[in-house]
Design a protein around this ligand. Structure first.
Ligand code: SF4
Ligand code: FES
Length: 360
């Protein structure tokens, strides 16, 4: 099987974050600051990524602005020839820091939105004053002229705010909004009772997005991640395992997707021990679920197997206990019925408390 080079790399610069979002997909066991890669190590990884063929670098976390060397890291990435996208809550970015990032060549900013009102956003983020600060940062981003994507994470508590989120994206001058229904990986798995959307909410969100895509054509691009527990077919997670992207953790471990550590039998190479080229092409974790040879029925004989590659391996692991199983979201999975009952049960837990993410 011929393996193409990855297009994108997600660099999780740190797991530290001033927010404590219950939907966080970072692992429950987070990397401590003293285990994070140094500036020089990241710069080398960026060069290796560019040599491997990576075009886009997504600087993420945690909150990447928690790294004091963020501007140096952007400089290093641009010197390596990578397109740089900063994924941030905005907290920790001053006007001066944004100007420095602009001078360093940062190409794009993706700003997260926890809610469309201070009450909602500050409750979900677990950070008082966070919404007001974010709006200020958005204004500075607009003044500098960074291309902006708004990233709204939606769940049972805030899905009713979707129409307002679309308005806010336009008011901020964003070119794109990602309407991402919460995915239950990492810390978020603890919050399925508190965050699972109802079936009615999921359908309503799809209707709103469909209508808005027509109404806002040419003005705002809407990327949509639906509530997949309520879908008939799974998403093509990571574009297919080991086909288009890789994630580097704050401690240097290289993963095929951000939740891959939830698959217990996989072992992961570190950038300290092996270069990125070898990790991508020869690493055990990357080859574990590449292509279609690993599939069992019903995926093996399914005509969609090169459309969705059997869905999400981490979701199969979390729900079915077998990472090689068909994603239980799929209508052909023997587990789909049970999953839907489970989703409805989670969605009915109206009194479930939010379990906030703790800092590493
Ligand atoms: Fe996709 Fe497998 Fe379902 Fe077919 S059976 S649609 S390949 S998840
Ligand atoms: Fe790991 Fe989907 S999150 S394969």
């Amino acid at each position: 099987m011929s393996v193409p080079p990855p297009i994108a790399m997600l660099a999780e610069l740190t797991h530290r974050c001033p927010l404590a979002c219950p939907y966080c997909s970072n692992p429950v066991e987070m990397t401590r600051q003293d285990q994070e890669l140094s500036t020089e190590a990241w710069a080398r990884v960026f060069r290796e990524a560019a040599e491997l063929g990576v075009l886009q670098l997504h600087l993420s976390g945690g909150e990447p602005a928690s790294r004091r060397d963020l501007t140096e890291l952007v400089t290093a990435a641009r010197e390596a020839g990578l397109y740089t996208n900063l994924i941030t809550s905005g907290i920790g970015l001053s006007q001066r820091r944004l100007a420095d990032l602009d001078a360093a060549g940062l190409d794009h900013i993706q700003l997260s939105l926890q809610g469309t009102t201070p009450e909602m956003a500050d409750e979900i983020g677990g950070y008082k004053g966070g919404f007001a600060r974010k709006m200020q940062v958005a204004q500075w981003i607009g003044e500098i002229g960074f291309p902006l994507t708004l990233n709204a994470v939606l769940h049972r508590r805030n899905l009713h705010q979707l129409p307002r989120a679309l308005e806010i994206a336009q008011e901020m001058g964003a070119r794109r909004i990602e309407v991402a229904t919460v995915q239950f990986h990492g810390w978020a798995l603890r919050n399925r009772d508190a965050l699972m959307p109802t079936r009615t909410q999921a359908a309503e969100a799809t209707r709103i997005v469909t209508e808005a895509r027509t109404a806002l054509k040419g003005a705002l691009v809407i990327d949509y991640v639906p509530a997949d527990y309520h879908e008939d077919y799974p998403k093509r997670c990571m574009g297919g395992w080991g086909t288009s992207g890789l994630n580097v953790m704050p401690n240097g471990k290289v993963l095929p997707c951000h939740a891959a550590e939830s698959i217990p039998h996989l072992t992961f190479d570190r950038v300290q021990d092996r270069n990125l080229h070898d990790i991508w092409y020869k690493g055990d974790a990357f080859n574990a679920y590449r292509g279609t040879d690993w599939m069992a029925e019903p995926c093996r004989s399914c005509d969609r197997k090169t459309v969705d590659f059997g869905g999400c391996r981490c979701q199969a692991m979390a729900i079915v206990g077998d990472a090689a199983a068909t994603d239980p979201v799929c209508i052909k999975s023997p587990h789909q019925g049970a999953l839907q009952v489970q989703a409805d049960t989670h969605a009915a837990q109206d009194d479930a408390p939010l379990v906030y993410r703790t800092a590493p």
